[in-house]
Design a protein around this ligand. Structure first.
Ligand code: GN1
Ligand code: MG
Length: 379
């Protein structure tokens, strides 16, 4: 969890962990990888040129409290996508979908017939997957790569439209706006870190828009908006790009679950179309980039347009506003709670993050009519 110090294992510890997985080759080195806010990730290099390298992850089980359900979701989704890619005659499939490594001596599935893909050492939960060679992630996108990202997330959702596995919410109510507001309200009442007075203007601003931002839950209750299988963490850095700049696959599948399609559309634009950083202390850097919006939307509708309802398409601009808003609610609640969820690098990091998300929302507000007109022009 956020506030908790991370103990970095040494090589002996690593060997003890990786011994439990059916990997090929001899481990040469283990090094930290990436900058996720939740799990802890390492790259495992093997000595032989013929064996794959691997990604080793410690799953944050304070946040993903049901690791077994989480991994079963991921296994079902990757198996379904793998089958679809094969049926479509795709090549190089190991680079287009993640491959999780069976844990030795474990059993999973309702009939206990196959190995599970995680190992519990009594304290932490670990998993390994094949490292995708000659691929890279990006922290910022161009209009060109945003178009590919739109295509990729639209394709991801469309491949999963007909999955028959019963997927569960790996974090219940993850993108439920009403629930996130309730968490903020509870944090305000408890005022555990004594920070409420200081942030009252931010709370007031958030409350003034609370009703407006709960549109998805209302539409769902009215039976007008379905839940579909979504990625739910479509940050720019959760896609693997090939050396030619095309997208190979989407990664970080922990939050794949039933949600509104707004999750994937809105959260990508929240990160990809921000001209500043998610936690930019200089708010003048933070604006909504309409070129990225247009390119991503075109790409997304080219692969998702066929299964989306007219109502889902109508609400895309509102989805772009909802995600910076939801993230502001989550960051502010964490700040008020004394930073127990997100990893922070300095004391008021979550407050800086909140302000940056609200600034992004203000910028999106000013582009609303233009966004609506653009989407109408594509239909
Ligand atoms: C978390 O771990 P990471 O950085 O991919 C969070 C997302 C937030 C994001 C904000 C499980 O994602 O929902 O949007 O931080 N994931 C979880 O940067 O809470
Ligand atoms: Mg990530």
């Amino acid at each position: 969890m956020g506030g908790r110090a991370t103990i970095i294992p040494n090589m002996t510890d690593f060997n003890r962990i990786t011994d439990h997985f059916a990997i090929e080759g001899t481990i040469e080195s283990v090094k930290p990888l990436g900058n996720g806010l939740i799990n802890t990730t390492y790259i495992v290099h093997t000595a032989e040129s013929t064996t794959p390298d691997y990604v080793l992850q410690r799953i944050n089980h304070h946040i993903f409290t049901d690791v077994d359900t989480l991994q079963r979701n991921i296994e079902a989704v990757t198996a379904h996508i793998r089958r679809k890619l094969k049926d479509a005659g795709e090549t190089d499939i190991d680079r287009k979908v993640l491959t999780f490594i069976p844990a030795k001596g474990t059993l999973s599935g309702d009939d206990g017939s196959h190995a599970s893909t995680y190992w519990h050492d009594g304290e932490s939960y670990w998993r390994m997957m094949r490292y995708i060679p000659d691929a890279h992630t990006l922290e910022a996108v161009t209009p060109e790569s945003s178009r590919y990202a739109g295509e990729a997330f639209g394709r991801f959702q469309s491949m999963l439209v007909d999955i028959d596995a019963n997927l569960h919410e790996s974090i219940p109510d993850f993108h439920n706006m009403e629930f996130r507001l309730q968490q903020l309200r509870e944090a305000v009442v408890a005022d555990r870190a004594g920070r409420v007075a200081e942030v009252q203007p931010l709370i007031d601003e958030i409350e003034s828009r609370a009703d407006e931002m709960c549109f998805a839950e209302r539409l769902h209750r009215e039976g007008r908006l379905p839940k579909r299988i979504c990625h739910c963490d479509t940050k720019v850095n959760n896609m693997m790009f090939d050396s030619d700049g095309r997208i190979l696959c989407v990664i970080d599948l922990d939050t794949v679950m039933p949600s509104y399609i707004f999750s994937d559309y809105g959260d990508f634009l929240r990160t990809g179309a921000n001209t500043g950083a998610e936690d930019d202390p200089d708010l003048s850097h933070v604006e909504f980039d309409m070129d990225i919006f247009r390119a991503f939307t075109e790409g997304y509708l080219s692969t998702a347009g066929a299964f989306l309802s007219p109502l889902e398409i109508d609400y895309l601009p509102m989805a772009a506003a909802m995600f910076p808003y939801m993230q502001a609610v989550r960051f502010l609640a964490d700040y008020i709670n004394g930073d127990t969820y997100y990893k922070i690098s300095y004391p008021d990091h979550n407050l800086v993050r909140t302000r940056a998300q609200l600034k992004l929302l203000h910028s999106i507000d000013t582009h609303m009519p233009e966004m609506r007109a653009f989407i109408a022009s594509l239909r």
